[in-house]
Design a protein around this ligand. Structure first.
Ligand SMILES: C[S@@+](CC[C@H](N)C(=O)[O-])C[C@H]1O[C@@H](n2cnc3c(N)ncnc32)[C@H](O)[C@@H]1O
Length: 232
């Protein structure tokens, strides 16, 4: 997929991911990327937005009395960071994950907590561009927290999918949604979020800007907005 010096190889790159257009494109790309996503992409680029989203979420959430949904969970990095970074704080996170890619879900299904139990309670194959009001399996969970990293970005999900997510949180649910900063700007996420505040669907909106990659990364300086808010 990558063309370097005229040669074609099979390695998936960030540019390939940003060039996706349809949900079927996502299914096809992540089917190929799942096995090497962490060892190749995450390891070589210093990708750390899952850690940052988990940190921002944990800061606001404290101890929740309900489950958390990881949106576009991929191989499970946000949930892994959340459990790892809050170990010893007396929080027993119950986490479900949704993703369009069965291959990425298979990777997250292999992740374990320190005590050896599965990281996720449930992993569901969901295309987040479809009508979520039909997903009683998600609506009935009444999520107390909703997190996401790397999924609201070029070629993936837009502001309409963020609006649709609100219904999955119960009243007062805390959201920490990482959004690629360029995508945030170009797709009008600020307007979308302010509109949701005006309509009374969300409150306590507090966006913050974070680095997506570690210092020294070829992507150093690329940023994300983490939109923190509560469902009204
Ligand atoms: C860059 S990965 C991020 C994965 C993980 N959250 C992380 O930070 O490592 C983006 C994820 O979004 C998922 N995705 C893309 N389009 C989607 C859609 N329409 N519905 C649900 N998941 C989608 C992909 O399958 C992939 O796992």
């Amino acid at each position: 997929m990558t063309i370097e010096g005229g040669a074609t190889d099979d390695r998936v790159t960030l540019a390939d991911a940003y060039a996706l257009v349809t949900p079927d494109d996502s299914r096809a790309l992540y089917a190929r990327w799942a096995a090497t996503y962490e060892s190749d992409f995450v390891g070589s680029t210093g990708y750390m937005i899952p850690d940052r989203v988990a940190e921002e979420f944990a800061d606001v959430a404290g101890v929740l009395d309900g489950p958390v949904l990881d949106v576009g969970c991929g191989t499970g990095l946000v949930a892994f960071a959340l459990v790892r970074d809050t170990a010893g704080e007396g929080v027993d996170w119950v986490i479900d994950g949704v993703d369009i890619s069965p291959q990425m879900l298979a990777e997250s299904g292999r992740k374990r907590r320190p005590e050896g139990t599965p990281l996720y309670r449930r992993l569901l194959e969901v295309d987040l561009t479809t009508d979520l009001s039909l997903r009683s399996d998600l609506l009935d969970a009444r999520y107390a927290g909703i997190v996401s990293a790397g999924t609201f970005t070029h070629g993936h999900l837009g502001p309409e999918s963020l609006s649709a997510l609100i219904q999955l949180g119960r009243p007062g649910a805390i959201f920490a949604i990482g959004i690629n900063a360029e995508h945030f700007q170009s797709r009008g996420f600020a307007e979308c979020l302010h509109d949701e505040v005006e309509r009374g669907r969300i409150r306590n909106l507090a966006p913050c800007i974070v680095e997506m990659y570690r210092p020294g990364s070829e992507h150093e300086g690329e940023q994300a907005v983490v939109a923190i808010f509560r469902r009204a």
